[in-house]
Unconditional design. Structure first.
Length: 256
């Protein structure tokens, strides 16, 4: 039998049994068990892990544990650049794209508002989420830690907060998304690109008062919805501006 000593840091402790949090503890491991196997056996999804040190050396998930090993497990670092040490995954995804599980419909809509390609269907089974993440190189967003333990899911986030705007702030901060945001380019309902449409083409498709007051419109070719810069757009703009400065707005935007 192999015995190793583990210490998890910062928010990774939230996944551990309470007696194991924020301290070093010994754990019996199967012979030749990998670091990934033991980390997940203790309750921490591998997608939440950024750095593993075994006896002070950075290792990958597949590193076999030996008797007496001391294992330190870290989440994303906010202050230090540890890229030269990273061994747990090959590379970050070039473009942040997401697939959200059934409990995160509000977050999916807000990510689309911010311009991030986000797949969502409240009928997606876990197998389909896993397949989409692998085939399309998407980051899985979920509140189901067991989903994040699936072998082929390499990038994912366990969403800790409960309300959509707080979830959006959390994901923006954890993945440093502010510089990549391109608001108002995707349909909130369809995730399809929006494009400008001539004013005359929307006559009869929007309320008469809106047609008289507004001069610029965009539309989605999938659902045929038309959007304009009304009060809902102003609330959305405030939300996006707040994220850019690190403080999200307080009013949830309705649909266009």
């Amino acid at each position: 039998m192999v015995t190793a000593t583990f210490r998890f840091y910062e928010e990774l402790n939230d996944f551990l049994a309470r007696p194991l949090r924020r301290r070093a503890f010994s754990c019996a491991c199967a012979r030749a068990a990998s670091a990934k196997h033991m980390i997940e056996a203790l309750g921490v999804p591998h997608t939440e892990v950024e750095l593993i040190l075994v006896n002070g050396e950075s290792v990958g998930f597949d590193h076999p544990l030996a008797d007496g090993d001391r294992v330190a497990v870290y989440p994303k670092f906010e202050t230090f650049d540890v890229r030269p040490l990273l061994r747990v995954r090959a590379a970050p995804l070039r473009e942040p794209r997401f697939v959200a599980d059934a409990h995160l419909g509000g977050l999916a809509q807000l990510l689309r508002l911010a311009g991030f390609d986000t797949l969502y269907d409240n009928h997606y089974p876990d197998d389909e989420i896993e397949a989409l993440a692998a085939a399309e190189h998407r980051i899985v967003l979920t509140r189901d830690r067991e989903l994040l333990k699936r072998r082929t899911i390499t990038h994912g986030c366990y969403v800790r907060t409960l309300k959509p705007q707080a979830q959006l702030r959390e994901i923006f901060e954890r993945l440093d998304l502010a510089a990549s945001a391109r608001p108002f380019r995707l349909c909130l309902a369809c995730n399809a690109p929006l494009h400008a449409i001539e004013r005359g083409a929307v006559r009869g498709r929007v309320p008469a008062g809106v047609f008289e007051r507004q001069s610029r419109f965009v539309t989605c070719d999938v659902c045929q919805r038309v959007f304009w810069e009304g009060s809902h757009w102003q609330r959305m703009r405030a939300l996006m501006d707040g994220l850019a400065t690190g403080v999200a707005g307080q009013t949830a935007p309705p649909g266009g």
